[in-house]
Design a protein around this ligand. Structure first.
Ligand code: BGC
Length: 258
């Protein structure tokens, strides 16, 4: 598919909000470049991270920027999000499960909101503006953090909610062994962690045969410590947008959908 056939974003600016277990971050995004048009705001995630508590913080961030009503808003959420509804909850309160995130945030902000899985947003941003820009075929973005998030994008089209961090590898849920949190928990050297990553990426490669892997998440800035140790047929590169990716991808997806 050529770039012309891909979904188009309406308008020049959209607003992205990244809802995470420790912080809620928002910034306006220039849709032509994928860059922030103003400094990002970060507010610690309230504890417990319940729907009303998070909705209040999202409303505060939106108000702070004094956005025009026409600016689309996209939010990321660390869970399976089907048609705006959370189907799971990672690092946020269990009461999110079954919550219509879009309806909740529309009521809180008075605006249309699109809600998507966090890795899907980050992955889409890498395809539109980052490490996988102009890469044809199947791109798999893997975010290594508290959990493992995945995004599968084929010729610019996102297949949402792939949840391959939960792929069972050697009898266990992959993210419990190969996430960045697992590296820290088990006090692993980068070389030892790379052995676990090798096992995980081998499995992804065997099952999906992607054209490119992009590795995101906070630890992607240390990529030279572990990516060179991996031996795969598929090229593997670090994410380019780092911790901006979630905000940028959510903004972009909202501008295409709303
Ligand atoms: C969740 C995913 C999420 C990922 C990264 C996983 O535990 O199941 O929905 O994308 O963590 O936050």
């Amino acid at each position: 598919m050529s770039r012309d056939e891909r979904p188009k974003a309406k308008g020049r600016t959209a607003f992205g909000i990244d809802i995470g277990g420790s912080g809620i971050k928002g910034a306006p995004v220039d849709l032509r470049t994928g860059e922030f048009t103003a400094d990002r705001v970060r507010i610690p995630t309230p504890q417990p991270a319940t729907p009303p508590a998070i909705a209040q913080v999202v409303a505060q961030i939106v108000t702070q920027f004094g956005l025009r009503k026409s600016v689309p808003i996209g939010v990321t959420f660390p869970a399976v999000v089907r048609h705006g509804v959370a189907q799971s909850a990672a690092n946020v309160d269990e009461s999110w499960i079954g919550t219509d995130i879009e309806r909740l945030l529309r009521a809180a902000t008075g605006r249309q909101v699109l809600a998507v899985n966090d890795a899907d947003a980050a992955g889409y941003a890498e395809v539109e503006y980052g490490a996988a820009r102009d890469v044809p075929g199947l791109v798999m973005v893997v975010t290594l953090g508290t959990g493992i998030g995945t995004a599968l994008i084929n010729n610019g089209r996102l297949v949402p909610n792939t949840e391959l961090g939960h792929l069972e590898v050697d009898g266990v849920d992959a993210e419990t062994r190969a996430s960045d949190a697992a590296r820290e928990r088990d006090n692993l050297s980068y070389a030892d962690w790379a052995t676990r990553l090798q096992r995980y990426f081998d499995e992804l490669e065997r099952l999906f045969s992607p054209d490119l892997f992009v590795v995101g998440g906070g630890v992607s800035k240390k990529y030279d410590e572990y990516l060179p140790l991996l031996h795969l047929r598929t090229p593997i590169v670090p994410a380019a947008l780092r911790n901006a990716a979630g905000i940028v991808g959510a903004a972009r997806l909202a501008a295409e959908a709303l």
